[in-house]
Write a protein that binds this ligand. Structure first.
Ligand code: UT7
Length: 335
């Protein structure tokens, strides 16, 4: 690690990248598996199809490809990267998948670790990395959100299996001593409401030798109380964003883009309405990818940056929310 540079006062956004697996699971195909319909899923969620990982598309593979895209987009030499944070709840290796991504990238000077906060994961990772940069210890960071929830979905549960898909996205961010494009953030957790959305471990008792038990490790499929998660999101997300706008002396009409965790189109519309942000400023790619958990925000941002919706100096309000329950918001200026 190089000497600390206390002049690093701000963060700038240098590049974006994403990756989704090739396999497409349409609503029509899901309706061959569970009792649902394209019409029901589209009208209740806005989702038409989602991507599903297969061999060669685990979280390490997807995260690596998204990170490589972001690094290319930023035009960085991989050796100049100091920090890699991977937000995921579905690592390929429970000890952490970020080190494998670091090795695949050849980013040998970067420290790399995973961060778990479900659908708030990318936002929490972006905030975490920004604090390291502003602290003066690191200059360049790659923040990745990647998830493969298809491995943990109960494909017989129509109330949840219709929502999720797989994918990855990444942003390349850099410390600067000239300005700060990371305008502000806020983060919240309410563990008391945690039972609304879980991917819990299955504690199956076994014994090592006589009288010494252990709990073998595996996970139960995703368990979700959809209505409660819905109510939580439409209530808390406008509150946290509104508070952030007030703290930073912004009004919602100064926001160019609202980039919310892509959970359900009705949640996006409701948050937009409450904040008086018009529909054309609310980015959505739910239709194509569904809810890719930690990947939704960078996947959405990368798409909007590449198709030149998001431009230099645009103001972006973003919010991640989900299991924990956890939620957060950030206000950034692109560039
Ligand atoms: O990252 C966060 C992840 N989680 C979320 O974002 C979840 C947020 N919640 C939601 O998006 C919505 O609650 C869902 C899309 C999950 C469900 O929509 P809803 O409008 O809240 O439906 P509901 O649970 O109130 O169910 C309404 C009806 C029920 O039938 P009855 O009891 O009224 O006869 C369900 O059994 O719809 C039925 N239903 C379905 N029907 C067809 C539930 N899932 C399906 C389905 N296809 N896939």
């Amino acid at each position: 690690m190089e000497e600390k540079n206390l002049n690093q006062i701000g963060v700038s956004f240098k590049g974006s990248g994403s990756y989704v697996p090739d396999q497409i699971l349409t609503n029509q195909k899901i309706s061959q598996k569970v009792d649902t319909s394209d019409e029901w899923i589209k009208s209740r969620t806005g989702i038409s199809e989602r991507r599903i990982s297969s061999l060669g598309d685990n979280v390490t593979d997807m995260g690596y490809k998204a990170a490589l895209n972001a690094i290319d987009n930023a035009n960085w030499d991989v050796k100049t990267i100091d920090l890699i944070v991977l937000a995921t709840s579905t690592p390929h290796d429970l000890f952490g998948s970020a080190p494998s991504i670091q090795a695949k990238l050849g980013a040998s000077n970067a420290v790399a670790f995973d961060l778990t906060a479900a659908c708030s994961g990318f936002l929490f990772a972006l905030i975490t990395a920004s604090q390291f940069l502003k602290g003066g210890n690191f200059k360049r960071a790659v923040v990745i959100g990647a998830d493969q929830l298809s491995s943990f979905v109960d494909w017989k549960d129509r109330r949840s299996c219709i929502l999720f898909g797989d994918g990855a996205g990444a942003l390349a961010i850099e410390a600067t001593n000239e300005f700060d494009n990371f305008i502000g953030f806020d983060m919240r957790t309410d563990g008391k409401r945690g039972s609304f959305l879980n991917l819990p471990s299955k504690n199956k008792k076994d014994s090592i030798i006589d009288n010494i038990d252990f709990l073998s490790g595996s996970f139960s499929p995703i368990q979700m109380n959809g209505q409660e998660v819905y109510k939580f999101a439409v209530k808390e997300v406008p509150i946290i964003l509104d508070k952030l706008f007030r703290e930073k002396n912004y009004t919602s009409d100064q926001v160019d883009w609202l980039v919310l965790h892509q959970a359900n189109q009705r949640i996006l519309d409701s948050v937009g309405e409450r904040l008086k942000i018009p529909r054309e400023k609310i980015l959505s790619n739910l239709e194509k990818y569904g809810n890719t958990s930690a990947a939704t925000i960078p996947l959405m941002m990368d798409e909007a940056i590449r198709n030149q919706n998001i431009k230099q100096n645009d103001i972006i309000a973003t919010s991640g929310f989900g299991a924990g329950l956890s939620w957060g918001a950030a206000l950034i200026k692109w560039g």
